[in-house]
Ligand binder design. Sequence first.
Ligand code: ADE
Ligand code: ZN
Ligand code: ZN
Length: 295
Amino acid sequence: MVVAFVALGIAQSTIAWGPDGHSIIALIADRYLQPRTRAAIKELLGDDSLADASNWADRLRDNPAYDWSKPLHYINVPRDASTVNLPRDCKDDACVVAAITTYAAVLRNRKAPREQRIEALKFLVHFVGDVHQPLHVSYADDRGGNQVRVSWFDETDWNFHAVWDSALIQRDMKGDRELMARRLAAGISSTDLRQWRSTMNPSVWANESLKITQKLYANLPADKQLGQAYYDANIATVEQRLSAAGVRLSMVLNDILGDGRHARDVQSSTAESDQPATQPAAPNSAPATTQPTAP
Ligand code: ADE
Ligand code: ZN
Ligand code: ZN
C-alpha cells in the first residue's frame, strides 16, 4: 500500500505545474480580463471558474481517449540546445508551443463547434501555464527531471520535476491559493507588464523557460538535497514565472475574446511608471489608458 502510494505520488507529479500553480495563474489572469473577455469565458464555461478549467487538462490523464494529449504539456530539446527549434523538437505539432497556437486558433474561430471551443479554452489556459514551468522546456533523457530523484527537506521520495511543479509553490502558498494570487498580482510592476506583454509568441516564452532550466541543472546540488537554501535561491523565479504566465494568459484571452484593444494597451503601457502597482494594477481599467488614442 505504501509502495503504491509512493509510486502514485511520483507518477502523478509528471505532467504540469500542480493544481496550485495552474489555479494561481488563472486567478492572476482573471484580474486582467476585459469585461468582454470575461463574458465570453462565462458563456463557454458556465459556472466553472477559470481556475477549475485550468486543471482540466491534467484530469484527462486517467482518460485513455486523451492519451494523444500527453506530449502537449511540454517540449524537450537536445542538451546542448540554447533555443527551441520546432521542426526538430515539435514533430507533428506534438508539443506545448504548437498546442498553444493550435488551441488559440480554435478558440478564435467563432464557427468552430461550441464543444471544440470549450475544450480549446481549457487546453489553452493550461498550456500557457505549462510553457512557463521551466522544466516543461527541458530534456527527454530524464523526462524533464521526472527521473531525477531528490530529497525535499525531510522527504526522500521527490523528483526534481515535482519540486518545480508543486513543492516550491506549496511551501510559498501556505494553504491559500487566492491569497498567493493576490500577493503576486500586487507585486507586478508596469515594467513587468510591459516586458511580459511584449510578445505573444509562445516560442519566446519557451526559450525563457529553457534559459532557466539550463541554470537549474547547472545549479542542482550534487547531493540532490533540496531544502531551505534551495527554496530561498529559487522562490523568486517560481513567483515570476507564475506571474508572467498569468499576465500572458490574460493577454491571449483578451486578444481572442476581448475587444481587440490589446495592441494599444502594450504601446500605452510604455508610458506608465515603473512602480509596482499598489492596486493589483487595476487590471480591468487598463484599457482606459488607451482611450486617448482609441478611435
Ligand atoms: N515527460 C517527458 N518530458 C517531460 C517534460 N519536460 N515535462 C513533463 N513531462 C515530461
Ligand atoms: Zn500540464
Ligand atoms: Zn510538470
